[in-house]
Design a protein around this ligand. Structure first.
Ligand code: ZN
Length: 80
């Protein structure tokens, strides 16, 4: 998972070809996914479905750092 640094006011918009996870590592981020915008708590992780566009906006006054990347398919639990 690659870290992304956003300067204050910077907007980062993209999507992934598989389910991914965005984690706020540092700073203050407003995160928009599927038409819903919310402010992330430090250390909070959001799961983004495959192909869904998501937008991270640094609404703080210092650089923010997020981790955003695919974590691959989750194996189905084995029965029994
Ligand atoms: Zn992403």
């Amino acid at each position: 998972m690659a870290d992304i640094v956003l300067e204050p006011g910077e907007v980062f918009e993209h999507s992934h070809s598989a389910e991914s996870r965005t984690t706020l590592l540092e700073g203050v981020i407003e995160f928009e996914v599927a038409g819903t915008t919310r402010r992330l708590c430090l250390g909070e992780a959001v799961i983004v479905p495959a192909g869904v566009r998501h937008v991270s906006t640094n609404v703080g006054s210092v650089p923010a750092r997020i981790g955003c990347g695919m974590h691959g398919p989750v194996p189905a639990p084995e029965p029994g």
